[in-house]
Ligand binder design. Structure first.
Ligand SMILES: Cc1ncc(C[n+]2csc(CCOP(=O)(O)OP(=O)(O)O)c2C)c(N)n1
Length: 598
């Protein structure tokens, strides 16, 4: 996660404490220093002091509050905001149920390593242990205990004097690799107490929080590469910041490029060396590129080595041919079979590697092209006007009704303008877009949360992203997820945000239904009622569009929807019988005798 922060002493001056300055003001002063413009949450009695401080600080450019409909939505919004801006995502909740509602969203940010500050109100100190309303102290429903396993830093602020130190620790911990959420549980009486100190953080120090680079390991790798004949790459989620240098490396070494599902956002799918996604709902061509006997070195870069990213830790990737390059040492614990580990800043490593390789090329070193006898995985067939005609499966060109998800996704890839930020919810959406969404947009505007995999993530994240980017965003979600978390659309309504919701309507928890079928399990618990989501939107004063036919699909005016001040709901009926390309995942689950599904 990158960020651009500068030391802003003028903000400190604007925030000089006076008689009314309390600890909640101190928190806001830190957020101003970090140039955080928004806090996401749901109010309640115990967190009121923070809301009061937010209100007081509006005159001095303090962060604004965005009130979500559910606290998990607030956390997803904070995640969407952080992913887009590189700043800290901040969310807050009141004691008890407010805080427990926040949990799934915080866990999601933890699993996907998104920097976040989570502030929850705690029972006032004098009421600890007395069965107070919504008591969240250590002898009740202990919210610090509950957050223990999904935060990088997690503490109760038990004395006013701790707040400065703990805020600094929380912020720095959120930005330390691997990034993640920090949680401060602050009793409401401490939030109200007079603050005695100024913020003690120089924000420019945060950007210095980088990994050291192992120069000896770089030299070893250069030797290995000079003895290698054919290379394949596997790009993981975290290679965004160095993607230009990595692609240059691929081009210099003629390496086949494959990505995990979350990393396809960094790569031009039409790049001649791209072989597609390896991992959940990926492409056979990517697997073949890694399995190619002539490949002697597979380089995994910025890859967590998660289940979905590796087809269930498949040996096609995790073999003795592997070299693993990463900024996070912990990731190496999942590649003990690798012939080489290289830890460090990816940008520094690939600049160095590229310089050395250019020298090698000058001396006559070459690498063989990837699977030269095979065509590109999208196999360009012919040029039809400005559009490249791709040899995609026939379902991608089908006019049949109900609409085929493959056709719908193919059209979306062609027609949604590049400035849109795309968000994909858990469910079959993951599979359809991973497999069939081919775009040359390498701007990283393709967001998927495959760590915790919560339904409803995209519904909130699309709002937070739109707030952070000022650009239109789109949320692709299933009807089950929308029924679970869809009321957040009204946040986009309230704040005039151009967020387009596309509900893939199959009247089912589709991934569960197809997972059960593919795994030969009993068919149970997946059915949903027939609902017209465009009509629900209509009742909320939101433009609702029904898409049932090809003509209606092609008539969606993405430019207009993106220029609009407010959300749109597209209710898209898809063919519920189409089987998503997730066979590998089902096989993996079947081997572990678990129930298929996300
Ligand atoms: C909060 C949560 N509950 C349950 C699951 C398990 N799960 C994964 S996908 C899925 C079904 C999603 O259905 P829907 O949103 O309609 O999308 P579809 O699969 O039909 O595209 C379920 C229940 C989950 N991932 N997250």
């Amino acid at each position: 996660m990158t960020q651009s922060l500068s030391h802003t002493s003028n903000l400190l001056e604007q925030s000089t404490p006076d008689d009314t300055w309390d600890n909640a003001d101190l928190i806001i002063a830190y957020l101003k220093l970090l140039k955080v413009d928004y806090i996401f949450g749901v109010p309640g009695g115990a967190i009121e002091p923070l809301y009061n401080a937010i209100a007081r600080n509006q005159k001095t450019n303090g962060p604004k509050i965005i009130v979500a409909r559910h606290e998990s939505g607030a956390a997803f919004m904070a995640e969407g905001y952080a992913r887009e801006t590189g700043k800290l995502g901040v969310c807050c909740a009141t004691t008890g149920p407010g805080t427990t509602n926040l949990l799934t969203g915080v866990a999601s940010a933890y699993a996907d390593n998104v920097p976040m500050l989570v502030i929850t109100a705690q029972t006032p100190l004098p009421k600890f242990g007395k069965n107070a309303l919504q008591e969240s102290s250590c002898t009740a429903i202990d919210t610090v205990g509950i957050f223990r396993y999904c935060t990088t830093y997690n503490t109760l602020v038990s004395h006013s004097e701790q707040i400065n130190t703990k805020l600094v620790a929380a912020i720095m911990s959120a930005f330390r690799l691997p990034n993640g959420p920090s949680h401060l549980s602050i009793p409401s009486d401490i939030l109200r107490q007079k603050a005695s100190e100024l913020p003690a953080l120089n924000p420019s120090q945060l950007v210095n929080n980088v990994t050291f680079t192992d120069n000896i390991a770089i030299s070893t790798l250069v030797d290995m590469l000079s003895n290698s004949q054919r290379i394949a790459l596997f790009l993981g989620r975290d290679c965004g910041k160095a993607i230009k240098a990595i692609i240059e490396f691929a081009e210099l070494t003629n390496a086949a490029i494959t990505t995990g599902p979350a990393a396809k956002r960094w790569v031009d799918c039409f790049h001649p060396q791209y072989y597609g996604v390896f991992g959940f709902a990926g492409h056979e061509s990517a697997e073949n590129a890694l399995l190619d006997d002539a490949v002697d070195t597979i380089v995994a870069i910025g890859a967590q080595i998660s289940e979905l990213g590796t087809n269930g830790w498949s040996e096609s990737l995790l073999s003795k041919k592997l070299v693993h390059i990463d900024e996070i040492q912990e990731h190496f614990s999942r590649t003990p079979m690798a012939k080489h580990h290289l830890c460090g800043d990816l940008q520094v490593i690939f600049q160095q590697l590229n310089n050395d390789i250019k020298q090698g090329i000058k001396w006559g070193k070459t690498w063989k092209s990837p699977m030269s006898s095979k065509q590109h995985f999208l196999e360009k067939k012919a040029i039809c006007g400005p559009q490249i005609k791709l040899n995609l499966p026939t379902s991608c060109y089908s006019d049949a009704l109900p609409l085929k998800p493959q056709r719908v996704v193919t059209e979306f890839a062609k027609h949604i303008p590049a400035e849109y930020r795309l968000h994909f919810d858990a469910g079959n959406i993951w599979a359809w877009f991973t497999h069939y969404h081919h775009s040359s947009n390498t701007l990283g505007h393709y967001h998927i949360a495959m760590g915790f995999g919560s339904m409803g993530w995209a519904i909130g994240a699309a709002v937070g992203n739109c707030i952070g980017s000022g650009k239109p965003s789109v949320c692709f979600t299933g009807d089950g997820s929308y029924l679970m978390a869809g009321q957040e659309i009204t946040v986009a309504l309230q704040h005039n945000l151009p967020v387009v919701y596309v509900v893939f309507n199959d009247s089912a928890l589709g991934m569960v239904k197809h997972g059960q079928k593919l795994g030969g399990a009993e068919q149970i618990g997946y059915a949903l009622p027939i609902i017209n989501y465009a009509k629900i939107a209509d009742a909320m004063g939101i433009e609702g569009i029904q898409v049932r036919t090809i003509d209606e699909l092609m008539a969606i005016d993405w430019q207009r929807l993106g220029d609009k001040k407010g959300p749109t709901m597209i209710d898209l009926t898809i063919d519920p019988s189409e089987v998503p390309p997730m066979g590998q995942r089902v096989k993996g689950l079947a081997n572990q005798s678990a129930t298929p599904g996300g």
